[in-house]
Design a protein around this ligand. Structure first.
Ligand SMILES: *Cc1c(COP(=O)(O)O)cnc(C)c1O
Length: 330
């Protein structure tokens, strides 16, 4: 696989304002990054592999659940480079999914351990490999860390280019926020440009204050490494982490989320999964519905997860997502 390039610019698609209470909604399709079904983990992994090649490491250790988009992309890139990839997986989250089948296809060696032992299992794996004279590279789960953050500073630059070219300014940017690296990268980009706008992370699992604190930490870490100066209060002010739509936690579904996924697929032809993107898209719609200001330009970052969309579809069957009127007509 040729991965000499470390990013692709993804399209921004206008969805109109009819379904969004008068706000003009655009979607940045990072799910269409042309590598292993794309997504934010592809954008991050490309930069991690540039670092791995720079350091001359010869194998990779990372961790994640069987539904992890990160593990799928990393094990695909590793296989394409004929590098061994070791994945530590929490046993509690090891059911078969499309991502786990792909991870098998890529020949990654998965070690499943109780969640409480993941940390030790990673240490053991890294030490064992080093003892054998190997040079393992460890990628934190989800592509967390400054390299992952910088992938979304790059994404912010793409957004700026689009705005300059299309003469549009996004008043608000929404996205699904998990570990917070993706949001942190966007906030760093915003601060580096001094742009006034809101970047709103919709939490898919964490509650505040911890969720927000994690994003703030990632911003500080990145700005610190780049020597860009850290103003803690300013970073706090720029970090909007909304935990109102977490529901019963990571991976939980609700009728509202199912509805948002159905509408996005039927009305716009855009697949969204229920763990991340559908949940955030639903949260965004509800926020827009409650906002008195109309006519603003809104950008939603589609962070990917196409295989998860098919997991959901398999579990529900297509009819479960159909609009009742359409089912009757058929
Ligand atoms: C991992 C993931 C996220 C969350 O990204 P973070 O950088 O961890 O906040 C959002 N959407 C999808 C589809 C993901 O796989």
């Amino acid at each position: 696989m040729y991965t000499g390039r470390s990013s692709w610019k993804t399209p921004i698609q206008y969805l109109g304002d009819e379904d969004f209470f008068g706000s003009r909604v655009y979607v940045k399709r990072d799910d269409l990054i042309p590598l292993s079904f794309g997504g934010n983990k592809a954008r991050k992994a490309l930069l991690f592999f540039r670092e791995i090649e720079r350091l001359g490491c010869d194998c990779i250790v990372t961790y994640g659940s069987s539904s992890s988009n990160h593990c799928r992309v990393v094990s695909n890139l590793a296989a394409s480079k004929r590098m061994q990839c070791f994945i530590i997986q929490p046993r509690e989250a090891s059911q078969e999914t499309f991502n786990s089948r792909l991870i098998d296809m890529f020949g990654a060696e998965v070690t499943s351990v109780p969640a409480a032992d993941v940390h030790d299992a990673i240490e053991d794996k890294l030490e064992g490999l080093a003892r054998q004279g190997r040079r393992p590279y460890f990628i934190p789960g989800g592509g967390h860390g400054n390299i992952g953050t910088s992938a979304y500073v790059n994404c912010y630059e793409e957004i700026k280019e689009y705005e300059a070219r299309e003469k549009v300014y996004f008043d608000e940017i929404f996205l699904a926020s998990g570990t917070g690296t993706t949001q942190a990268g966007l906030i760093c980009g915003q601060m580096m440009h001094g742009d006034e706008r809101k970047i709103i992370g919709i939490s898919i699992a964490r509650k505040n204050p911890r969720g927000k604190e994690k994003v703030v930490e990632s911003v500080e870490e990145f700005m610190g490494e780049k020597g860009l100066g850290i103003n803690h209060d300013m970073i706090e002010e720029h970090t909007i982490f909304v935990d109102d739509y977490v529901g019963h936690g990571y991976g939980c579904r609700s009728e509202a989320v199912d509805g948002a996924i159905r509408d996005a697929m039927i009305d716009h032809g855009i697949p969204m999964d229920s763990t991340y993107v559908g949940k955030a898209f639903d949260g965004m719609k509800r926020i827009l519905g409650n906002q008195p200001v109309k006519g603003e330009n809104i950008l939603f970052i589609h962070t990917g997860g196409t295989p998860l969309f098919f997991d959901d579809l398999g579990r529900w069957g297509g009819n479960a997502l159909s609009r009742p009127a359409l089912v009757r007509a058929a």
